[in-house]
Design a protein around this ligand. Structure first.
Ligand code: SF4
Length: 621
């Protein structure tokens, strides 16, 4: 086996049984790796309608074909499971070194099943795997947990773990490795429900490539291409710490729970302001971009706060949501979320939701235990983060996510809950970047920018064509393209940023082929079909759970209230006709008008085994 390790590590926490399985050749041909393997195994092993926090759910930690190689920016890894936040398919992509270490230990992915009775952690090496007692680690934050395991096993240990939020089953808890997180969809919640505190890996670099000479030549070409690429240099310089400069100018930087698209005083939180606090850089395995920027707060109420971040989404969510321009508070909030193991996007969007409810009098100081949730009050935001992670008082309500919190609060709170399928919206305003918005609406994991990032609308990318960001059904092809493209890079697992640089279309497929010896992987049409297969299987997973057209909707606010953008373009924009978009989107996808993959489409993609499941589901309706 080359490129792939060819093996799956299966760990059952209920029985303590640990086994190794081989990946069938046909699965490799049909799903390639990473996200492809993830949905293939999740679909066949997790039955519909199980409780995501029960022993019946499974947690898959996956590498890609290129993870651990010396190619640049392709060593990402991901977590796939059934989400406790949405009840449907979940995938969250993450960086740092953990994925490379997993591959070096000899596995393409781990399947964790069952549930331990007491807190445990897993220690994995190339020739052993043990389930060990984690009583001493339970209750510790993610930094302390990683440090403890590194003290025990050495500095060369790589750890993925949960913090107190995951232990307390906050619905949007993250899995943290280094200071990078698999944040979205409650992956850390599922890990917490299994009483699994951490996975620690010790392994030596060990990868077989089919044609190491050809692969090495391709890496040389990749590096030469990146050196001449302005996009690479800009990303290396700024990471995503300046994206708010762009989104504010475009009027798509959500403010006050998605009412405004531009923040007053945004010049106080530009990338240059963040640069003034920068103290270092960090990156993922084998990536010279090192786009993570560390920040230290030297003065003010948050003196001493330090974070290896924040990145754009976090900058936005802890400024825009509560209309604050305090960088110190944002760095402190990011540090807290990383330590406690929380997804920053869902945390901040839940807090923005609470601030709007407070403004409207739907909740009062009595509900918030005295916290004044007035715009700009960042100390209350910091207090709320702690309450959410510990599920104290009002934090317990917000820990359930906006959809469930709104149902608990009542009094019309649902109208202000900014989620799709239960997953909170990220930091691009759908009314001003409509392909991004419709990607949120149709993504199998809920409101995710990463599921089909509309680079055309944010950065003016011209592949596959130029885009009018206010157009709707005219851009169905763009939404489909972006979603398929993302599924394709995530078999690698290539980083989203790097996939937008010039090397990608020329070299990615050839790298897959040189690594594995499977020449079909060099064919972009072959990979595109794999991506479509992945998207359709993810959709089928959701259909089996009872999801269809009715869940593919943006929040009511986007459909009924005009956007206000200040000096930026887009004032008054709304989603004009979501139904027209969906009609055409389903047609292009080959799905029924209920959003269900058709027998013909599934047949074309070699997914005949899914047809019966879908027909059984339809019969039960
Ligand atoms: S560009 Fe940034 S996120 Fe992507 S692989 Fe490199 S360091 Fe990681």
């Amino acid at each position: 086996m080359a490129g792939h390790a060819g093996k799956i590590l299966r760990i059952n926490l209920s029985t303590g049984k640990i086994g190794v399985e081989h990946i069938p050749k046909q699965v490799i041909m049909d799903y390639v790796g990473g996200r492809g393997f993830g949905i293939k195994y999740l679909y066949q092993e997790v039955a519909p309608n199980i409780d995501p926090l029960s022993e019946h759910n499974k947690l898959l930690l996956l590498t890609g074909v290129l993870t651990g190689t010396n190619a640049q920016s392709v060593s990402r890894w991901m977590v796939i499971t059934k989400s406790p936040l949405t009840g449907c398919f979940a995938r969250s992509v993450v960086g740092a070194d953990f994925g490379a270490w997993l591959k070096f230990a000899g596995y393409d992915f781990i399947i964790i099943e069952g549930k331990a009775e007491r807190p445990v952690y897993i220690h994995l090496t190339s020739d052993s795997c043990q389930i060990l007692d984690a009583t001493e680690l339970w209750g510790r934050d993610t930094k302390e947990t990683q440090e403890s395991l590194q003290q025990l096993y050495g500095r060369n240990t790589r750890v993925a773990c949960i913090g107190p939020a995951g232990e307390r089953l906050v619905k949007y808890a993250a899995i943290v490795t280094g200071r990078r997180t698999a944040g979205r969809c409650g992956t850390g919640t599922v890990m917490g429900s299994k009483k699994l505190k951490a996975i620690a890996i010790n392994a030596q670099r060990n990868l077989q490539l089919y044609d190491p000479v050809a692969f090495s030549q391709l890496v040389k070409e990749q590096i030469a291409s990146m050196r001449e690429d302005k996009g690479y240099h800009h990303h290396r310089e700024m990471g995503t710490t300046g994206t708010q400069d762009i989104t504010n100018k475009l009027g798509i930087y959500p403010v006050r729970n998605f009412r405004y698209g531009q923040q007053q005083g945004y010049e106080k939180i530009t990338g240059e302001e963040y640069r003034k606090l920068r103290t270092g850089e960090f990156g993922c395995y084998s990536c010279s971009a090192r786009c993570g920027k560390a920040h230290f707060v030297p003065a003010g109420p948050y003196t001493g706060a330090y974070s290896e971040g924040p990145e754009y989404e976090t900058i936005w969510v802890f400024n825009g949501s509560i209309d604050s321009t305090d960088i110190g508070a944002t760095v402190a909030a990011d540090q807290l979320c990383d330590d406690l193991g929380l997804d920053t996007i869902s945390t901040g969007t839940c807090i923005g939701f609470a601030y709007e409810l407070y403004e409207r009098g739907i909740i009062t100081k009595k509900d918030t235990e005295g916290l004044e949730l007035t715009y700009g009050n960042h100390s209350a935001m910091i207090a709320l983060i702690k309450k959410i992670a510990s599920r104290q008082g009002f934090g317990d309500v917000l820990a359930e996510g906006t959809m469930r919190a709104a149902a608990t609060i009542g009094n019309g709170a649902e109208a202000y809950a900014m989620h799709i399928k239960g997953l909170e919206l990220p930091g691009y305003e759908p009314r001003g970047a409509k392909s991004m918005g419709f990607n949120y609406a149709t993504a199998s994991i809920g409101a995710s920018h990463c599921y089909g990032y509309a680079r055309q609308e944010i950065f003016g990318a011209t592949i596959p064509r130029e885009v009018d960001r206010f157009a709707e059904e005219e851009n169905v092809d763009i939404v489909v393209y972006n979603q398929n493209f993302r599924a394709m890079i995530e078999v690698g697992i290539c980083c989203t940023f790097s996939s937008g640089w010039k090397w990608f279309p020329l070299l990615f497929g050839r790298m897959l082929a040189a690594a594995t010896g499977i020449n079909q992987f060099a064919d972009s049409e072959y990979l595109w079909k794999v991506a479509e297969r992945v998207i359709n299987l993810e959709r089928a997973f959701n259909v089996r759970e009872g999801y269809s057209r009715k869940e593919d909707t943006l929040p009511q606010r986007m459909l009924t209230e005009p956007l206000h953008t200040g000096e930026a373009p887009g004032e008054g924009q709304m989603i004009r006709d979501q139904d027209k978009f969906l009609d055409k989107y389903y047609l292009v996808r080959g799905w029924t008008q209920e959003g269900i993959p058709s027998r013909q489409k599934l047949g074309e993609l070699g997914l005949d085994y899914v047809v019966k499941d879908i027909e059984d589901y339809l019969r039960r309706l």
